[in-house]
Design a protein around this ligand. Sequence first.
Ligand code: SF4
Ligand code: SF4
Length: 399
Amino acid sequence: MKKIYLKLRKIFTPTVLAICGLLMLLSLFAGNLVFYAFGSDDSGYAITPVLIILLLAIIGIVLCLWLRRRIVRNDPVMGRFAAERISLKPGGTVKGQRKFGFMTMRWLIMLISFFALIYGVKWLGQGFGNIELPIFACPINQDQLIDSSCYTLAHLNSLVGMSWSEIGIFLGSLLLSIVVLGRFICGFLCPMGLIQDLTHETRQGLKIEGLSFNEKLYSRLKPIKWTLLLLFLGLSFVGGNFCNICPAITVSPALAGFKVSLFLSGFFMIVVIIGSFFKRRFFCNICPLGYLIGLGHRISLFRIKKDCQACTECGACYEACPMGIKTIYTEREKRDVTTADCIMCGECIDKCPENKALAMSFGGLRFYKASRKTFMSGHKKNEKRLKRLIRKREKNESN
Ligand code: SF4
Ligand code: SF4
């Protein structure tokens, strides 16, 4: 059994799995394209060329790479600037430490959640007599016999016409989601998260260097986050509809076979795919729904804990964090280092070399802790890669 497992692990490396995932997505897109071309359903706005989004995103990525190469070649200052960004910062290309464990579980949960949120809720709803389950799935996917907190939040003006019991269910389910799950939703359950992680893994597989945001850039994202949050909650009061610009609309409803408007949301999806190819979890850094859930992090049961005595201030956690959360590394007193931006991805714990220096807990129970043993087991694998990156950096610096 162990031999078969080891063989399978050799074949199904994260890169192979990521490419398989992208191919699956591609075939789903292609299937939907046929549906749109020959299907008889007129419920959507327009023919939805989702495949075109993917192709345009790939063209965009190639263009960005070409531009970057030109800039680096023609401008030595920019070249050095780009070289400094090679991979040893958050969102870089240093691979994970553990081969099987928490991260594999995360991938499995993300995959199951992706298909459940897009295709599964229909069956679940029918099984329960077509009841409405108020969760964060996109209700424009009409297969889902549910109402959605996300949709109601983007149409807060509709609360006026609702009964008190409906308002109670909406607020209650929203609060329950924040308390029980919090931004665990972003790290484990959101379909946009899976797509972003797949594009990130594909880049790593192709050995293309990513971009890392520095502290200044992260702080500049704050006004963008707030603006998007205000648009998300307030657009419906001035006759607008946030769903028309939401990139996620091209994922859930479109993959389930429903025609959707792709003018602005399609454009933003292209931006998200290109952005997340170069910068890990690019969209999560500005997602208004994620930020809104994050604002309630103080009452959430999922938490990141730190043992400041065990921490040796190596900074590996900060380097690994896709959200650029510096307090996880700089905190020297508090035991609780959960912030509004933390998506509970566990990358910081995965890369931390000190026993129990970082841990993830649910309701006080620490279920995932940093461990030196597992860190060292992944170290050899990374050693060659790091050496290659450092050589490349030195070469760039000497030019
Ligand atoms: S702090 Fe840790 S768990 Fe939170 S987003 Fe950063 S890497 Fe993920
Ligand atoms: S990775 Fe662990 S030991 Fe290193 S700074 Fe972060 S918490 Fe401290």
